[in-house]
Design a protein around this ligand. Structure first.
Ligand SMILES: [Zn+2]
Ligand SMILES: [Zn+2]
Ligand SMILES: [Zn+2]
Length: 229
């Protein structure tokens, strides 16, 4: 069966989205063009290397890559995001995107608990003169690897199951923080998987909820002599 996609806007895009099992990535238009040439049949089924090196399936219905679209979908690959941000020099925008809280309540909880350590650590890596010349290529680098790793360990606010399902305002009222809220490292902690948790998917599991800042963030902060807490 052939699928009738509209190729024109995607094929002309500089960057497009690619999907792996649980994440979404960035694919350069030139790599997409090379992959679609290699195979016969439906070119969207061709495995294509993302900027981070992961083989992905193209996601034409997502449209051309943009940071705004990327942030609307869970599972954003931080390595791809940083490779492109370093290449384009759009590092301040990327720091802001990775450290933006979901809402004012989350922002207040993170600020009260860990201050602005996330912004400081990302800024220190971005400005590190020892890493300055390695981010220009559109490929993984020493600097993008550190930034990608740190970005998986940024503070987020964990809330109760009800908040996950219907939102904090609906669960507890306007301007009221979730009583179970905890500033957590999303990378070190486990969230319930949809295969078994169904509607509760995405809740941090109490068996392994790691308080932020985790040792990854503390280690990089210490390397850059950024005070903790
Ligand atoms: Zn990636
Ligand atoms: Zn962590
Ligand atoms: Zn709650």
């Amino acid at each position: 069966m052939s699928i009738d996609y509209d190729f024109t806007p995607i094929a002309e895009s500089e960057f497009v989205f690619g999907l792996s099992d649980h994440d979404h990535h960035i694919v350069a238009g030139r790599d997409m063009a090379a992959a679609t040439k290699r195979i016969e049949g439906d070119p969207w089924l061709a495995p294509v290397p993302a900027l981070c090196g992961q083989l992905v399936a193209l996601a034409p219905v997502w449209g051309p890559y943009s940071r705004e679209t990327a942030r609307r979908h869970p599972g954003r690959c931080p390595d791809c995001a940083w490779i492109l941000a370093l290449h384009r020099g759009a590092v301040d925008e990327e720091i802001a995107a990775f450290t933006a809280a979901r809402d004012d309540l989350d922002a207040a909880a993170i600020a009260a608990s860990v201050g602005d350590i996330a912004q400081k650590v990302l800024t220190a890596v971005v400005r590190d003169p020892d890493l300055a010349d390695c981010g220009q290529r559109l490929a993984p680098s020493h600097q993008s690897q550190i930034l990608g790793h740190v970005s998986r360990h940024l503070p987020v606010v964990g809330v109760c199951e009800e908040c996950v399902e219907i939102g904090t305002v609906n669960a507890h009222g306007h301007g009221v923080p979730c009583p179970a809220q905890k500033v957590t490292c999303a990378g070190c902690s486990i969230t319930s998987h949809e295969d078994w948790a169904g509607e509760w998917a995405g809740t941090f599991l109490q068996e392994c909820t790691v308080t932020a800042p985790c040792s990854v963030l503390i280690t990089v902060a210490t390397h850059y002599r950024i005070p903790i807490g």
